[in-house]
Design a protein around this ligand. Structure first.
Ligand code: ADP
Length: 320
């Protein structure tokens, strides 16, 4: 019902724009031809020429304003639609761990509970609290980044393998996955000079997505290497549902979720990649979604500046 209302609300301004723009252009052309015809039969034409020029400029401006108006209106309506589905997702993301926590607490109150079950419930509760807290981090981070708040960069030398392994283990535990399902493949001791807090959020989001958008058998690899310019190239590779090339850059927009049944059946807010992209840009890097198409898996590639450049990006921010 809500979907139908949304479709109706977006079609009205588009139809209005589509009708009014050609009308304005037809009026402009007709009116120009009329004046031009009059000009050829008159001797004192200075005033008419001026009228012609001013009229033509006004019509061009009107047509441009109409096109812009239709474009912005359609964009705003799409944004409102995305926010609607964001609110649905937020409600789910908040309610389901809370419901699970409540159930665990009620079960824990039973005096006859075996120690093993008690421990299992405790782990479940920890997982739910982690999920809630990382969700709240994403929402807060996205709101700061959307308001163009400066996100402080404090660079240090990070042991990539240790950080990525911790994140992979966290995601595996939370989603109850076997050991080899999320692996880190980088030279032992591979180090990156960057902001640890930002890189942690970026990796957590990418690994979490790679698992979430995988099929029943999860096979995710986190890779890192240096390219010929000494930049750090980090890739999170999955063999999941893939991304249609048409959505490749849009997935980094705020609240954007691909409208497909495979994506809809997995819960999400459309904030993760927006946060990733903003944080990576803030570090002086770039992120790209690479996929050969639907069903063919996805590689998320983050390129971070060389250690030398990373230090100078951080210095610029300190002096700004
Ligand atoms: P969400 O909370 O929906 O996962 P994100 O901002 O993290 O939000 O991702 C935006 C959209 O990009 C997702 O809704 C999904 O359509 C697509 N996407 C992200 N990561 C992947 C992936 N690894 N494989 C396939 N699609 C992905």
């Amino acid at each position: 019902m809500a979907r139908r209302r949304n479709l109706r609300s977006i079609s009205t301004p588009i139809v209005l724009g589509a009708v009014s723009v050609p009308l304005a252009i037809a009026l402009l052309v007709g009116w120009t031809l009329l004046i031009a015809e009059n000009l050829s039969t008159r001797t004192d034409i200075a005033l008419d020429v001026w009228l012609l020029v001013i009229g033509a400029i006004s019509f061009v401006v009107i047509a441009a304003v109409l096109v812009l108006f239709s474009y912005y209106l359609a964009r705003e309506i799409l944004e409102v639609r995305r926010q609607d589905s964001f609110i649905d997702s937020v409600t789910h993301e908040l309610k389901s761990p809370l419901a699970s926590l409540r159930l665990c607490l009620e079960t824990l109150a039973r005096p006859d509970l075996p120690a093993g079950t008690r421990e299992h419930l405790r782990e479940m509760m920890l997982g739910d609290v982690d999920r809630l807290s990382s969700f709240i981090d994403d929402v807060l981070q996205a709101s700061r980044l959307a308001n163009l708040d400066q996100v402080g960069v404090s660079v240090s030398e990070i042991d990539f393998v240790t950080l990525a392994t911790e994140i992979a283990e966290g995601v595996r535990m939370r989603r109850k996955l076997p050991e080899r399902s999320v692996r880190v493949e980088a030279e032992p001791g591979f180090r990156i000079v960057t902001d640890e807090a930002s890189l942690t959020i970026v990796l957590r989001n990418l690994v979490d997505n790679a698992v979430k958008y995988s099929g029943p058998t999860v096979d995710v690899v986190v890779r890192a290497r240096r390219d010929d310019k000494q930049r750090a190239v980090i890739e999170v590779v999955d063999h999941g549902i893939g991304i249609d090339p048409a959505h490749r850059s849009a997935v980094f927009q705020r609240f954007y979720r691909v409208q497909s049944p495979e994506v809809r059946e997995r819960k999400g807010t459309g904030l993760g990649l927006f946060v990733v992209s903003a944080l990576v840009k803030n570090l002086g890097g770039a992120v790209d979604a690479i996929s050969e198409g639907l069903g063919k898996g996805t590689t998320m590639r983050v390129v971070l500046p060389s250690d030398q450049e990373a230090k100078s990006v951080a210095n610029e921010e300190v002096h700004a």
